[in-house]
Design a protein around this ligand. Structure first.
Ligand code: 1PR
Length: 524
């Protein structure tokens, strides 16, 4: 029997689903005694070092865990479940970790985007049972801003390169812990978990040993979801955000089925956008939660959900905070939430005040679930101007001149699915979002959405150059070459598309085949 240590935060559902998909029974640890009696513990940690240690202490888990680990009983830690094994972390100075291993957890100080988000490789340093059936060149899904720096080099199981060579997993006897998420790493991730759970598998060295590892550019499939006029939840797709054709909401398929298809085809991540979330009551919008729950049962890559993440009061007068809405999405299987309209309002207030107030959705959700779990979705459109001095926004010189021959433009943010334009530009919104704690930017473009004309390279460069968090380029993909263009002409870490995938015009495998050998990608 496998025991899962759930300390009450984040997406443990994916780990549960992954273990169940491997045919194992599982029980959740609910008391200190359960830890001492466990045969095999899996500990998925998300959020923040200080918070996780506070939760473990408050539940009385610290001492039993130390006893369990010192007895060298089978343990698999994931992400923060690795970091807490060390003495402390720069993320929470003064907070002691479990101290099973000597060394500290350090923040990345590198020229690359932080968090380190995406699929990267591993270099094995010694044989392990978890490598059985792996080739050695597989990529695994990482999402973190801190990494462990063990004093004892004998515990190093794998390293990974990202601006610096860091320790991506450790093993001492029966204690194994990985910085990456096997439950989000598709088939190789499941294989690795299976090897840990199988008491008979023997230690092996994978046949291939990479010299260096490289982060892959991610290809993301996006599913815009809403209820159509018949009341069915459908995947739809707009042309410059207009999802109706001859008065009817376009229906391109069922969300759970399409997500499953994209996972099988090799999507590196899947994003659901509840496009009418701004006017719905998110926690009453149960179909969306159900979509997440069902998708996470057999889709083992990261899932992002956006739409309606904000404070709201339901029709009975009950108030819900954005954090509560987000928590429900995390519990249902989301790894990241994406905030659209509310991020614009938050940024406007920030600019008025000159600082955050600590209570916005971005700040609260990132505090509890970590920066990497908060994406800001921006829906901008071009506004042409005669000269940069004409407006007090970030203006760029553009190669695509305006209707009156204008050579300059700025990117105006919108809310409510592009219905209302606000007096704030995309660069400013991205910068404020980063400052408040967002870990990634989903950069849409209303002018390009559904046009198949290619990504707006100028927009992506303007935003990417202004922030140090990863940027997802979105809107306009019409062929595989457009992905090559966005990855070679901008520093975007990932590219998202919808229409060409839904209509099967350019399937994900064709995009990856085209990019293979030219751009670092993950071959599923
Ligand atoms: O404002 O927090 O409730 O979030 C609403 C979310 O829904 C936002 O992320 C917003 O981008 C999205 N949204 C709202 N209305 C629409 C619409 O289309 N009418 N979809 C909409 C935006 C943009 C994409 C699309 C790409 C790629 N969809 O992400 O998938 O443009 O499309 P393409 O490859 O076909 O060109 P809140």
């Amino acid at each position: 029997m496998i025991s899962l240590l759930d300390y009450g935060a984040g997406n443990v559902r994916s780990v549960i689903n992954a273990i169940k998909s491997l045919g194992h029974e599982l029980r959740i640890i609910t008391s200190p005694k359960d830890i001492l009696e466990a045969e095999r513990i899996v500990f998925p940690g998300v959020g923040n070092f200080g918070q996780i240690m506070a939760n473990l202490t408050q539940k009385g888990y610290v001492e039993p865990l130390k006893t369990y680990l010192m007895d060298n009983r089978p343990f698999f830690g994931i992400c923060l479940g690795l970091q807490v094994l060390f003495e402390g972390s720069e993320e929470a100075p003064g907070v002691p970790g479990l101290g099973i291993f000597k060394g500290m957890v350090r923040r990345f100080e590198i020229d690359f985007s932080v968090p380190h988000i995406g699929w990267n490789g591993i270099v094995p340093h010694k044989p392990s049972k978890i490598f059985a059936d792996l080739k050695g060149d597989e990529k695994f899904y990482f999402v973190h801003s801190y990494y462990v720096a063990p004093e004892d080099q004998f515990i190093v199981l794998t390293t990974t390169d990202y601006g610096v060579r860091f320790v991506s997993s450790v093993q001492r006897g029966n204690i194994i812990a990985t910085q990456f998420h096997p439950e989000k790493s598709g088939k190789p991730g499941l294989a690795l978990l299976k090897n840990f759970l199988d008491p008979t598998s023997a230690a092996v060295q994978p046949p291939v040993t990479l010299q260096h590892t490289r982060l892959a550019k991610r290809i993301i499939a996006c599913l815009d979801v809403r209820t159509n006029d018949q009341g069915d939840l459908v995947v739809t797709k707009g042309d410059q955000y207009d999802v109706r054709e001859k008065g009817e909401v376009r229906n391109l398929g069922k969300p759970v089925d399409l997500a499953r298809r994209y996972y099988e085809e090799g999507a590196d991540e899947i994003t659901f956008l509840n496009i009418t979330g701004f006017r719905d009551f998110p926690l009453e919008d149960l179909p969306m939660l159900e979509v997440l729950r069902r998708t996470s049962e057999n889709v083992f890559v990261p899932l992002t959900i956006g739409g309606g993440i904000r404070d709201y009061t339901d029709r009975n007068g009950k108030h819900y905070s954005a954090l509560e809405v987000a928590s429900e999405y995390f519990r249902s299987g989301a790894d990241k939430i994406s905030i659209g309209s509310d991020a614009v309002y938050i940024a406007e207030k920030f600019l008025e005040r000159g600082h955050g107030d600590g209570r916005s959705a971005i700040e609260e959700i990132s505090r509890v679930y970590g920066n990497q779990a908060v994406v800001i979705s921006i829906d901008p459109k071009r506004v042409y101007v005669e000269s940069p001095a004409q407006v007090r926004h970030h203006v760029i010189e553009t190669s695509i001149s305006g209707p009156k021959g204008e050579q300059y433009c700025w990117y105006q943010c919108t809310v409510k699915g592009g219905r209302e334009a606000r007096d704030i530009d995309a660069v400013t919104l991205a910068q404020v979002g980063e400052q408040l704690g967002a870990g990634e930017i989903l950069l849409n473009c209303i002018d390009r959405d559904g046009t198949n004309l290619g990504f707006d390279i100028e927009l992506i460069n303007a935003v990417k150059g202004a922030v140090s968090i990863p940027v997802i380029a979105s809107s306009g993909a019409g062929c595989a070459e457009h992905f090559y263009e966005v990855f070679t002409k901008t520093k975007a870490e990932s590219a998202l598309a919808a229409g060409i995938f839904h209509r099967n015009e350019v399937p994900i495998p064709s995009v990856k085949e085209f990019l293979a050998g030219k751009v670092e990608i993950r071959i599923a």
